[in-house]
Unconditional design. Structure first.
Length: 202
């Protein structure tokens, strides 16, 4: 009985302890995810069909993990060339290959090609596949839109990786597939997972 009485305050303290607090970084990532869910539910902004929107319960994500937020070195291409990105349902989309981002992840060095739309739009495109592709994550790969900082580095935050629109509305969209040089064998357990709105492999 005495041991029970001694343990009771400890157990009570543990039961009343606050859950771990999110960092500002985690909160920002989670907030962005919730805002995307809101857009998906909003008929005026959603790319989902009406039927899909009615059964939509939210997108799926890996837990936020800051180890998948890395600072990469940007290596500009000696010559910017246009590549022909293959589209999921056939056809091509032109992108300018402007260089590579080089970084370390899971103890290994990786280099991914970085692209810009051939029409000159000021947005960067970093498509990739990894060890979760066609398993936990979408079969057509995932995208990032990083920025090059003034010091020549690029923050590659895989927690912000998202699925092509084909995962949400495969009939309406024809999405670019990541090129072979952007295939990683490492499992990137961060960012968006399969939506499971459709039974898709690509």
């Amino acid at each position: 009985m005495r041991l029970t009485l001694l343990l009771f305050p400890i157990l009570l303290t543990a039961a009343c302890a606050e859950p771990p607090r999110m960092s500002d970084y985690e909160r920002d990532v989670v907030t962005a995810r919730l805002e995307k869910d809101v857009r998906m539910r909003d008929a005026s902004r959603s790319i989902l069909t009406p039927d899909t929107r009615r059964r939509f319960t939210g997108l799926n994500y890996f837990p936020v993990d800051s180890t998948f937020r890395v600072v990469a070195r940007f290596v500009p291409a000696d010559t910017v060339r246009t590549i022909r990105a293959q589209l999921r349902k056939g056809g091509i989309d032109p992108y300018a290959r402007i260089g590579r981002v080089v970084f370390e992840l899971e103890g290994e060095e990786h280099a991914l090609a970085l692209f810009q739309p051939a029409d000159g739009r000021p947005v960067l495109w970093l498509p990739f596949t990894d060890g979760t592709t066609n398993r936990e994550s979408y079969g057509g790969g995932r995208y990032l839109n990083p920025t090059i900082r003034e010091d020549g580095t690029v923050v590659v935050d895989f927690n912000e990786s998202y699925n092509p629109d084909c995962d949400y509305n495969p009939d309406a969209y024809n999405c670019a597939l990541p090129p072979s040089e952007n295939r990683m064998s490492v499992r990137v357990e961060a960012g968006e997972m399969k939506s499971n709105l459709y039974d898709l492999t690509l």
